[in-house]
Design a protein around this ligand. Structure first.
Ligand SMILES: [Zn+2]
Ligand SMILES: [Zn+2]
Length: 142
């Protein structure tokens, strides 16, 4: 059990007068345990093994809930499906996406982060979050 994340979700759910259900818990657990950048369909495949009665719509709604409560980050790499990764205690990183095989490489460069801040300051802009996705071909596909 990932009790910290369950706690975050339960707090959010109570604050918003929603219900913590067995299905929501199962989805959260599967989400935490699966690989980063999971698509809705992939997560559905994992969850429905334990909870066969779960519907795709419930997965969609729960992922939206996880995103709002700060446990998940939603990303769109332009392949027609949204992907999600855990954002709880997960350090910020950017992504390189192979447009051939769909491989996703995570990276973080302190200078990129620093220059973004500098550009923002020059423009009197306050960054609250950012996404940097680089598209191209990975080593295997070149
Ligand atoms: Zn590739
Ligand atoms: Zn990532």
């Amino acid at each position: 059990m990932n009790s910290k994340q369950i706690e975050v979700l339960e707090n959010y759910i109570t604050e918003h007068k929603l219900k913590i259900t067995k299905q929501r818990r199962a989805i959260l657990n599967a989400f935490i345990e699966c690989e980063n950048h999971v698509s809705v369909e992939e997560l559905y495949g994992i969850v429905s093994e334990q909870e066969p009665k779960i519907g795709l719509a419930t997965i969609y709604r729960t992922l939206a809930l996880l995103t709002k409560s700060g446990l998940a980050l939603e990303m769109d790499f332009g392949d027609g499906q949204k992907r999600y990764e855990s954002s709880y205690m997960n350090a910020h990183h950017d992504h390189m996406v192979c447009t051939e095989c769909g491989k996703i490489i995570e990276f973080n460069h302190p200078l990129i982060e620093k220059y973004q801040e500098e550009i923002a300051i020059q423009n009197g802009f306050k960054i609250t979050s950012h996404k940097l996705d680089l598209f191209g071909h990975c080593n295997d596909c070149l």
